[in-house]
Design a protein around this ligand. Structure first.
Ligand code: PAF
Length: 284
């Protein structure tokens, strides 16, 4: 497995691979890998002849009071996990080589990023779409895989690809959960045992909304309230939002008549967690 730090060297590697006729898959990550990342990598391995993964804790997607400094980092551990897939090339740049002094260009998806996490994390999605655009230009992938746990991120990246004519296929992948339902996240490592138990209220809440939907409930308010009840039952969980939105446009909807996402964000102790499910009405 090759490890590349320099963007210019990564571009040369990718260009040479393309000239050989290889198909490149990219899994962008911020490292501290878990089974969710590895599932994206295994699917990338299946779909392409060269599998690239990036490991970069992107400073521009963290707000000033967020966890950039404490975000877990362990490239050696990540490399051991990536060897098992196996990944062919790891792009692990230094922040100063990704953001040169004097950089002043941003990529921003305006509408899709306004509500939900965008409301609480101003500038976050602008940082995400900017770094993903840069990664696409550096790694030159034919396809890139993203997890549906970061649902709004996935929507924003799809929109960016469409709006800016990136020649990259975006492959969405299902959320990977622990056996007890907790969505996998590098930030789960922040949770104490008691907080981890409390964090299960997110997936329980989403399941409550799903059950209500299966029973025939279609009102967004009622579905969101079913999820919220589970979260509010739990001590030490601060709900940021529980919303039911159109699964494509992320617009607010009064009732579910087309695919919809139920999205939650909550603070468990000091850790901000997100999760979601998609509800699909059966066409009549
Ligand atoms: O989902 C993540 O880990 C990050 O937001 C991403 C897509 C790697 C961009 O930094």
């Amino acid at each position: 497995m090759k490890i590349i730090e320099s963007p210019a060297e990564m571009q040369r590697f990718a260009e040479t691979a393309r000239l050989r006729g290889e198909k490149i898959a990219l899994v962008p990550t911020m490292g501290y890998l878990h089974e969710g990342h590895l599932s994206l990598m295994r699917e990338g391995r299946r779909r392409a002849s060269v599998l690239a993964a990036s490991v970069f804790v992107n400073p521009t997607q963290f707000g000033p009071r967020e966890d950039l400094a404490s975000y877990p980092r362990d490239l050696q551990r990540d490399c051991r996990l990536m060897e098992t897939v196996p990944v062919d090339v790891v792009f692990a740049p230094r922040p100063e080589s990704m953001y040169l002094a004097g950089a002043q260009t941003w990529v921003e998806v305006t509408e899709l990023t306004r509500g939900l996490c965008g409301a609480a994390r101003p500038g976050h999605f602008r940082g995400v779409t900017t770094v993903v655009a840069k990664l696409f230009n550096i790694v030159k992938p034919h396809l890139a895989l993203f997890g549906a746990k970061d649902y709004q991120q996935l929507c924003a990246i799809r929109q960016m690809v469409r709006d800016l004519n990136f020649d990259v296929e975006i492959v969405p992948m299902p959320t990977v959960r622990e056996d007890d339902g907790l969505a996998m996240s590098s930030r789960n490592t922040y949770l104490s045992p008691a907080e981890r138990t409390a964090a299960l209220s997110l997936s329980r809440g989403l399941e409550a909304a799903r059950r209500a939907f299966v029973r025939g409930e279609r009102s967004s308010t009622v579905l969101a309230a079913a999820a919220r009840r589970e979260l509010e039952r739990e001590q030490g969980v601060g709900v940021e939002y529980v919303e039911v939105r159109d699964a494509i446009s992320l617009q607010e909807i009064a009732a579910v008549s087309a695919p919809a996402v139920v999205a939650v964000a909550a603070r468990v102790g000091g850790t901000r967690l997100i999760d979601n499910i998609v509800l699909e009405p059966v066409p009549k």
